[in-house]
Design a protein around this ligand. Sequence first.
Ligand code: NDP
Length: 323
Amino acid sequence: MAHAQDLRDDKSVEEAYFTLRSKHQIPALGLGTWKAEPNVVRDAVYSAIVENGYRHIDCAHVYGNEKEVGAGLKAAFDAGIKRDDIFVTSKLWIKFTSPEKVKDACQQTLKDLGLTYLDLYLIHWPIYLSEDADSPPKKRQVLPFDVKGVWREMEGLVERKLVRDIGISNFSVPKLEKLMSFASIKPAVNQVEMHPSWRNDNVLAYCNKNNIHVTAYSPLGSSSTDLFDTPEVIEAAEKLGKSPGQILIRWLIQRGVSTIPKSSSDKRIKENMEVFDFSIPAEDMDKLSSISSQVRTNAGEELLVSSEDDKDAILNEFWDGEM
Ligand code: NDP
């Protein structure tokens, strides 16, 4: 297996992996499943794995489709793909981020996916809401988040061999520093929003320095931005004869970051995987990395801000000033 870091010089590699601190390997490219409708996600997972060479599927309890993702995985295994060759990520939802709820939540996800272990389990967001919380939550529904207690239970999942690696998602640098100060098993991965219009440079620098691998979510800008029309992206796409989506995915991989573009379309699932036969020259990487307007598409507003709150203050506090 090749390391994605090597791809800068090797255009012929078809599959690429990054090595986690545990020495396990995470594929550079995976399939996202958020907003993938239950009636199509089974086929998307099957097509990605069996027909297009994907080896990483990114899931979450809150996406409401883990049973259907599991059906897609089963179909792939029935077609001869080995479980050990697939990297499956899932995430602990914010209504279960309390120490006594972690194990049951993980076991529910395993049951839904039809698996005996996950490759990676992430704390989805560093918050804890009551199980009856509305979206957005009322003030009384936002409960104290015991990160130390929850992490200890996450470590217990590794000890019980229910998961191979544990990590976090949507953690800012100060929250990572706190976690690193007490973790016995250090986080393998921080999954965060990242694309040329939200580079997340500070989080990436901290993670690189501390051997925490970064996975980029919403690599194409999710469904709410016009990344595809950005002049820097169009210029690189035209120069290299690639699609804007391929440029955005390749930019991340060349930054040393794995990524999980979501698609339910066969055509785009295939297109998004065709990023290992070219590289973006340094001058174009620099241009893509210099877009001045930096905006999150997913600040978590609906998870964090109740109607009676001051939105800017809450989000600013949650992201520790990085808005
Ligand atoms: P993406 O940036 O992956 O964009 C997905 C959208 O782009 C869909 O509308 C898809 O439509 C479309 N698309 C896919 N490929 C192409 C292409 N080549 N050209 C044009 N359009 C394309 O957004 P997501 O927000 O879904 O992020 C990816 C994944 O990251 C999620 O699915 C989820 O697994 C994870 N995630 C994690 C979060 C976290 O908090 N940890 C938060 C958000 C996402 P179509 O399906 O029709 O192709």
